[in-house]
Write a new protein. Structure first.
Length: 182
C-alpha cells in the first residue's frame, strides 16, 4: 500500500527526483522507477550493514546521511515507510527544515503520530511533543513538526489497526503528503 500512495504523490507533485530513505532491499524504489522511468531515483539505506554505493535497475543506492540534502535535486520527493519514527524529535525537526530549504515534498507512512495515539479506554489524546514508542523509536506529532518546518499538509490519512510495526499492541499507521509552503 505505501508504494501506491508514493506513486500518487509523485504524480501529483510532478517530481523529477524520488529519494527513499530506509530503502532496505530496494524493491519499493525500484518499483517506482519502473513505473516512472523518466524520474531520477535514489534509495538510501539506514542499516549499518550497508556496504558500498551501487546502482540497480536505474536506481542509485547509498547509505543514508542527512547530508544527502547538500546535493541539488530537480523537483524532489522524499518517501519513506516507518523510518522517521527512529529520529529523535530535535533531529527530525532539523532534518525536516533541511528538506524544506531544498524544496523537497514529502510522502511518508509512519506509526500513528503522537496527536493520534489511541488507547482502549480513551478515544484520542492530544499530545504536543513526541513520546517514546520503544527503546529506539518515537510517536511524533508530524502535523506540528511539518507545520513548524514550513510544510503544508496536502493529505493526512489514518489507516486501521496494524500489527506490522508493533507485535504487542495494535497500532494505527498514518500516511502523510506535505509540500513546502514557499
Amino acid at each position: 500500500m505505501p508504494t501506491a500512495f508514493f506513486l500518487r504523490c509523485a504524480l501529483e507533485t510532478s517530481c523529477k527526483t524520488i529519494v527513499e530513505i530506509g530503502t532496505y532491499d530496494g524493491q519499493r524504489i525500484i518499483t517506482l522507477k519502473s513505473l516512472l522511468p523518466d524520474r531520477e531515483c535514489y534509495g538510501l539505506d539506514v542499516l549499518k550493514t550497508f556496504e558500498k554505493p551501487f546502482e540497480s535497475c536505474g536506481v542509485k543506492f547509498d547509505f543514508f546521511s542527512p547530508r544527502f540534502t547538500n546535493k541539488t535535486y530537480n523537483k524532489p520527493l522524499l518517501v519513506c515507510n516507518g523510518t522517521l519514527c527512529y529520529f529523535e524529535e530535535s533531529q527530525l525537526q532539523e532534518f525536516l527544515k533541511s528538506l524544506n530549504s531544498k524544496g523537497f515534498s514529502l510522502a511518508f507512512v509512519e506509526p500513528t503520530s503522537a496527536n493520534r495515539v489511541r488507547y482502549y479506554h480513551i478515544e484520542e489524546l492530544q499530545i504536543k511533543n513526541s513520546i517514546k514508542r520503544s527503546g529506539i523509536s518515537y510517536y511524533h506529532n508530524y502535523d506540528r513538526l511539518l507545520a513548524e518546518s514550513g510544510f503544508k499538509m496536502v493529505t493526512n490519512i489514518s489507516d486501521g489497526a496494524d500489527r506490522s510495526l508493533n507485535l504487542t499492541v495494535p497500532e494505527f499507521s498514518c500516511r502523510y503528503f506535505a509540500v513546502p509552503t514557499s
